[in-house]
Design a protein around this ligand. Structure first.
Ligand code: SAM
Length: 270
């Protein structure tokens, strides 16, 4: 995790669509370039940032391998990861415990704190940022957690290969707000991406998101209120009261320090 992509000046490893120059409110996850080739529009930009010693240790030492499901470096190979419940077959909770997927956990603060606070629930985190994957695995190992697994890769691709009605909760805390209008199509919360998210939730399951970016908060409210099989827990047009169980993350803390508000949104699959 480093600077937010919208404010970042160096981008060393980006393999995504950075050449886009047209303003658009398109929310699909593909776009056509000038040669009419279809390109994937990612919700993230991979960056090379400092890896601290603890994160590096967790990515290389055998005692942490139980936490990291696939290759921890480079682009995550998601092949064969089609059942997140099965990842817990040999754990104390087993595969049938309630299951939460956290998308874009960053450094893992919220994921680890929630896994400690709710030991009977299983947690899977998916992230593309290697130092964050390492830091999260390190914290899981030092806490001796058995209810957490970490996946390196694009959450959208992962969700597309999971069964329908698979997850009890999906959480997305402080997603990149992609402030510029021409980048809005990269926002994680879009009708197309939310259809993919909703498909893998069980009926009665939750989608919980939070942001400190006001424009994105109202964008999310509009997109999510219109999703046919999601019901706003706070009532249409309303934000949720910040729940006690959502830990403070680095991005939330930074937003508050800058004088931003924080908006929570919780939706239940019908
Ligand atoms: C602004 S950071 C917030 C991190 C953390 N949730 C927090 O509150 O501190 C957004 C994170 O989402 C990750 N991300 C964005 N799109 C993703 C995707 N499609 N799959 C996995 N991770 C993604 C980014 O790598 C980044 O670490």
């Amino acid at each position: 995790m480093s600077q937010h992509p919208d404010t970042q000046t160096t981008d060393t490893t980006d393999t995504t669509d950075t050449t886009d120059t047209t303003d658009t409110t398109d929310t699909t996850d593909t776009t056509e370039d000038s040669s009419k080739r279809l390109r994937i529009v990612n919700t993230f930009m991979k960056r090379r940032t400092h890896m601290n010693k603890k994160a590096e240790l967790a990515l290389t030492s055998p005692e942490f391998t139980q936490y990291i499901v696939n290759n921890s470096s480079g682009d995550g190979d998601l092949q064969g990861i089609t059942d997140l419940r099965a990842l817990f077959d040999d754990t104390a909770n087993g595969p049938n415990a309630p299951l939460t997927l956290e998308i874009g956990f960053g450094l893992g603060d919220s994921l680890i704190e929630m896994a400690i606070a709710d030991p009977a629930r299983n947690f899977v985190g998916v992230e593309v940022h290697e130092p964050g994957i390492g830091k999260c695995a390190y914290m899981a190992g030092t806490q001796g957690l058995s209810n957490i697994k970490i996946i390196n890769g694009d959450a959208i691709k992962l969700l597309q290969q999971l069964p329908e009605n698979h997850l009890d909760r999906i959480q997305l805390f402080f997603p990149d707000p992609w402030q510029k209008k021409r980048h809005h199509k990269r926002r994680f919360v879009s009708p197309e991406r939310m259809a993919i998210v909703t498909r893998s939730l069980k009926p009665g399951g939750w989608f919980h998101t939070a942001t400190d970016w006001e424009h994105y908060a109202f964008w999310m409210l509009k997109v999510l209120d219109l999703m046919p099989n999601l019901k706003n827990q706070a009532g249409t047009g309303n934000f949720a009261v910040r729940p006690d169980f959502r830990p403070m993350t680095k991005f939330e803390r930074r937003g508050i320090e800058r004088g931003h508000g924080v908006w929570d949104l919780i939706y239940i699959k019908q």
